[in-house]
Design a binder for this molecule. Sequence first.
Ligand SMILES: C[S@@+](CC[C@H](N)C(=O)[O-])C[C@H]1O[C@@H](n2cnc3c(N)ncnc32)[C@H](O)[C@@H]1O
Length: 321
Amino acid sequence: MTAESGGVTSRDDEGSPTPGWSDVLESARSAPGLTRVRDLVRVCETVITRAGLTGFNSMGTPRKDARAIVFETLAISDHSDTYLDAVVTPVERAAVLDLLDRRVSGPTPVPYLLGEAFFAGRRFTVRPGVFIPRSALGLLLDDVLPVIRWSTPPRALELGCGTGALGISIAIRVPQALVDLVDVDALAVEVTATNIARHNVADRARTAVSDMYAGVDPTARYDLIVANLPYVPADRIGRTNREIDAEPQAAVYRPDDGLDLIRIALDESALHLADNGVLFLEVGVSNQAGVDALVGTRGRWWTLDGQGTGVVSLSRDDLKA
Ligand SMILES: C[S@@+](CC[C@H](N)C(=O)[O-])C[C@H]1O[C@@H](n2cnc3c(N)ncnc32)[C@H](O)[C@@H]1O
């Protein structure tokens, strides 16, 4: 089979036609047998896959994208298998396929289409111009939070907060915690404030527009600082998965080796940590040599199911070493 990433029909080596994503989408609009939720999920997954989309910055996979497109359009908040055999009306089917078309034509990640991001078991408001939350730190929270030696009251900071999903998840899981969330981008801070109100933590969470630590409360000493900052070298613009183009470049790329903000975090975080405080940095796995040169033998690298996560934690003493 030839790879099919365009909207047109192609042919495999034997000359058999392989329908492109737009062929599949258009035929689905009038297919008489396409009447159940599971049929629509299947078509959505096929169209997304044929369009060559991985969904890595959307719902994670074409199947998860498909389920979100179908279930959210049908106003079914439970994305489990419960409704897979429910019948879909023609109007609902048209609405699902219209959203699917927008997903693939952009391509536009599902969270931007819905205005909803799904992170660490909760929903967060997101909008184009703000990074879609997907930090591996979200998957690690259950392991990380119990090992922090919290002060009274507990204090945490999210540096480069985007939607605030990570910091707000900490505020929700550590009930007394005071959490500061900062970002250099005013739109990100605005969306974070929306999410703080949405999750009812406004009495314990503060926001600020801040270039790294410049606008952070200098008197605060944090037990936990989390940071998923941009670290992809700018010379990779246009050479990474094109799906990333939907997101703001300033949230992803940095000049030169991409690691200038990581250097600042490593150099300046000790000043803002409590004695037992820990910095958790997400640095990805694509620039390990560059990161290793900065981190050296300090800290602890975190894994999930035996796989590297690109997350390293450093105590205040590690950072001062
Ligand atoms: C990869 S995104 C991560 C967002 C959020 N932490 C998450 O995991 O969903 C990086 C964020 O860092 C912010 N950022 C970029 N440069 C910054 C700087 N100099 N100071 C503070 N935040 C910055 C971007 O605006 C963006 O929201």
